[in-house]
Design a protein around this ligand. Sequence first.
Ligand code: MIC
Ligand code: SF4
Length: 653
Amino acid sequence: MPLSLTEKILSAHLVEPKEGLPARGADIAIRIDQTLTQDATGTMAYLQFETIGLDRVKTELSVSYIDHNTLQEDYKNMDDHRYLQSVAARYGLWFSRAGNGICHQVHLERFGIPGKTLLGSDSHTPTGGGIGMIAIGAGGLDVAVAMGGGAFHLSMPRVFGVRLTGSLRAGVSAKDVILEVLRRETVKGGVGSVYEYFGPGVASLSVPQRATITNMGAELGATCSVFPSDEATRSFMEAMGRGSDWTPLAADEGARYDKVIEIDLSSLAPLAAQPHSPDAVATVSSLAGKPVTQVAIGSCTNSSLSDLAAVAAIVKGKTVAPGVEAGISPGSRQTLMQAEKTGILGELIRAGFRILESACGPCIGMGFAPNSGGVSLRTFNRNFKGRSGTPDASVYLVSPETAAIAAITGVISDPTLVASSLASAAQVFNTPECGCIRDDGMLIAPLPLGQANKVEIVRGPNIKPCPASPELPDSLECPVLLKAGDNVSTDDIMPAGAKVLPLRSNIPEISRFTFERLDPSFYDRAKAFSGCFVVGGENYGQGSSREHAALAPMYLGVRVVFVKSFARIHKANLVNYGILPLVFADPSAYDLLSQGDVLAVSGIRSAIGGADSVTVTRKGDGLSVTAKVELDARSRKILLSGGLAAYTRAGGQ
Ligand code: MIC
Ligand code: SF4
């Protein structure tokens, strides 16, 4: 039977079931070739890895990146970096030092290989799909298990084909393609699915453009997104000095998809995701004229050399408008060096852009927050309320072209209106030299085993052991401490930003910020009880892979999260830390429950053992609500063992 590219790569890595790929939705386990972690999720992942007791990672390649927590206001972040560097040296990982760039961009440039699997403790790991990898985001504990040689378990995804025809008009970019997919599919449309791009339009897209699309596929809730590996992939790999890692890959002729989305690239217009959701998409022309106070270019979505070239082409010889603050964070040090060599950087400096370091920076609220009530145009991938650091700012997600024009005009403007000058100006920077700088000076290679064994792990005072998950009791009676709405993001559950991120290695301290954006009293109220429920709507836990959004609630006594539907990574993180995820059998029952209700469930352990549902009863009036136990066989065992760490220590696979 002809296979999609997704099915081919999954089959080549299938560990379970032995008989071959099962039906959609069935449990599968795949071998992981490469892993990546970043500093904000990495410390917990390596604290867990250390407890496995291995001498060395068992993957083909594992890389530890420093890119998130680079504002060093005190010792905490730098202590984390030192810990991560010593762990990398001790266990045979590559280490990418602070300043070397954003994990996804550097990984694409220096390590990614078509056809391989990559598991990363960051939700934008699917960036690797731009060169034909099955690259999946997961919680740090899942990545720790993969580094130890364990398989990654997931549900066999549906494979949605995205058939591209035509080619992009000048002024329209890859960001507009993924915004169009988000407009049609929404932030929950991709849960349980892989988006596989194919069709005659693919050839017209470069690898950085493809990587923008696969990166932001995370916002669909998708397992990952993937492009074929073709001549464009070959030239990218050759430009990176890694031509020998290239292999051609594509779906078989006649491959069947679970659904096909048709996109004519030529018909697309510039788009923007409006506040406060990546799927609140409108055309840029419908927003034209709106005053802008800030422009930020960068993040793992749009910070390649071609993105910077597009910006430089527009701002060349002009100055940032008086009412706008503009900043740029190049995706990698290599990109920054290329930008310097090709004159792009000089143009940006001349135009008045603030040059921020090659890191996540403003994307995760590490500096460069907008003014009160400001309007910030960002080339990033998430615009959840408050994520920028300014609670009442309006953040729009746009292409580098749209952001650049706003920087010089001070208002939202349609980049296709200056398309002809744009197209010719872009040629200035897209010279052959653009690809030729390769510099691995800030990457530290793994040590040979003999030397690695002698490395001492350095632990700063802020690095506290990961708290153990409690065993789930057979019956529970406790209050609903929070009732949340639809599309609650992990930023809502556990915010990031310059104030909170330095506490990622210290669960007792970071737990003070749990649900801070939704209800600042949550921490104090949770401390007063010895267990509680959280109730939520659709797509609960969308966004980041941060397992702190499960760990901190677990630490504060959240035992059950009862919602209409879950985002994939967050649900796995809840299971990994021993919190029971339940789903309303009838979504309208959500309306019957209120914050403060005391709920009781009995027979929890036997339900986890094999039942599809369990009854939740409200104390007082006895209202009973059916909750679905939507768990695969392994997740059930993990929950019964008291979480993934305990399950793995007991020999569970
Ligand atoms: C994000 O974009 O939200 C992050 C910060 O990169 C997270 C990881 C984290 O919270 O550390 C992600 O996307 O997984
Ligand atoms: Fe970093 Fe932002 Fe990308 Fe997350 S989305 S990895 S914070 S650049």
